[in-house]
Design a binder for this molecule. Sequence first.
Ligand SMILES: [Zn+2]
Length: 197
Amino acid sequence: MTDAGPEVPNAEVPAEDIHVESSADFAAVPDAFQRLWTPHRMVYIQDGQQPHKDDCPFCLAPSMDDEKALIVARGTHAYVLLNLYPYNSGHLLVCPYRHIATYDQATPEEVAEIGELTQIAMRVLTEVSHCDGFNIGMNQGRIAGAGIAEHLHQHIVPRWALDANFFPIIAGTKALPRLLGDVRKEIADGWPAPHTS
Ligand SMILES: [Zn+2]
């Protein structure tokens, strides 16, 4: 009689030749499809030179007009702009104005406003783009994947149920159905007016 379960080791096979796979070895498998695998970005990260403060794009952007810098909102201590290298349409970055590299260097005021702008960005993106979820986070240091490691920035990536496809895997290309300028205007127009207190 054949057992429908796992194959029973043959009694003639020496015990040391029997390889038992532990489910713990595969702990990462179930959530593999929830991750943004972007190996093409490693080329950009590895080839990219870390800018000096004088030509840091996140220091430069606030001095430009919103359309040119892709800025959607400006706060007192931090501002929000579209990522020039988006994972998805509407991929936003929240940056402090100060040229600081890591989150622990941010002042309480900067931490509070980065958090507040992140919340508003989620609401606006949900309203204007009807996304189903978000990936939010900070890559701290080049080794962690930060493209501009010297200037802190929080990623807000809207996600849709069917946004993952084979393009990034086989072609190193992320399909982005909308132009940055159009997306910027839509988000900026949807951003609530700053409250005065
Ligand atoms: Zn900077």
